[in-house]
Design a binder for this molecule. Structure first.
Ligand code: ZN
Length: 243
C-alpha cells in the first residue's frame, strides 16, 4: 500500500478531530503531503470518520491524479491540491466545519485578536475568505487570496475553517486554537450587546509573538545540566514559523 504510514495518520487525525468535536458526520476533510515524493494522502469522500481505514485513504499527486486507492477522494480535493502547489510550507491540512469559526465566517471579514494564545501562534487575526464555490478550485482561490505566504489558518465564508501545519499535530492544534478563540469572540459579542469586545492591542503582538516563539517549549536534552548548552537549546512548538 502506497504511503501506508501517512494513510494511517489521516485515519487517526479524523478520529481525533471527531473526538474534539470540530468535525461531525462526514463533514470536513484532511490531507498530508509526503515530503519525499510530494504525493498527498487525503480522506475519502462521504465516509463517516469511524468507518475509514487506511485502505480508504486516497493517494494522489498535487494535480489531483489518483495514484492509489479504491475510493473517491474528498470532494474538496481541488482546495487541498491548490494549496499544496502554492504554499510549500504546508505539510498537512485539516478542514473542519467547527461551529464558532463558522459563525464568525458569517459576520466578520476576520477573526480579530481576541485571545493572547491565538495572537502568539497566528499573529493579529485570522482572515475570512469571500464566498468560494465548494468542491471547485474557486474555493482554493478564495483561500489563497487571503492566505499569507506562511499563514496557518483561514476561515471560509459561510462554510468553516481550514488549518495548516508542517504535520497533523500542528494543523490540528491550530484548528483547536482558532475554534476556541472564535467561541470566546462570539460569546464576548453576545455578552457585550453586539459591540466589539476589548482585543489584544495590535502594536504589542509582534514583540510578544517573537518572545513566545523564541522561548516556548522544552529543550531537546537535559544532559548538559542546569547551565549546559543542551539544556538551553530550544525545540519550540513552531520552529518553522517566521518571526
Ligand atoms: Zn467543507
Amino acid at each position: 500500500m502506497l504511503l501506508a504510514e501517512l494513510r494511517e495518520q489521516v485515519v487517526r487525525v479524523g478520529m481525533n478531530a471527531l473526538e474534539l468535536g470540530i468535525v461531525h458526520g462526514t463533514a470536513g476533510n484532511m490531507s498530508i503531503r509526503d515530503a519525499e515524493s510530494g504525493l498527498i494522502a487525503i480522506s475519502p469522500s462521504g465516509m463517516p470518520y469511524a468507518a475509514v481505514t487506511a485502505e480508504d485513504v486516497v493517494v494522489l499527486d498535487d494535480q489531483g491524479k489518483i495514484q492509489d486507492s479504491c475510493r473517491k477522494p474528498s470532494s474538496e480535493t481541488p482546495l487541498h491540491t491548490m494549496i499544496y502547489r502554492q504554499r510549500p510550507h504546508v505539510g498537512a491540512i485539516v478542514h473542519t466545519h467547527s461551529h464558532f469559526s463558522t459563525v464568525v465566517s458569517t459576520i466578520r471579514d476576520a477573526l480579530p485578536p481576541i485571545l493572547t494564545e491565538i495572537t502568539l501562534v497566528l499573529g493579529a487575526g485570522v482572515p475570512v475568505t469571500r464566498y468560494g464555490l465548494t468542491g471547485t478550485s474557486d474555493l482554493g482561490e478564495s483561500v489563497l487570496e487571503v492566505l499569507d505566504h506562511r499563514g496557518l489558518a483561514v476561515i471560509l465564508r459561510n462554510h468553516g475553517l481550514i488549518a495548516f501545519g508542517k504535520d497533523f499535530a500542528e494543523a490540528l492544534m491550530v484548528a483547536e486554537i482558532v475554534e476556541e478563540a472564535a467561541k470566546v469572540y462570539v460569546h464576548a459579542l453576545a455578552a457585550n450587546g453586539g459591540r466589539e469586545p476589548y482585543l489584544v492591542p495590535e502594536d504589542l503582538i509582534p514583540e510578544m509573538r517573537e518572545r513566545f516563539l523564541a522561548s516556548y517549549g522544552q529543550p531537546t536534552a537535559r544532559s548538559g545540566g542546569p547551565d549546559g548548552e543542551s539544556c538551553r537549546r530550544h525545540t519550540g512548538k513552531f520552529p518553522w514559523l517566521p518571526i
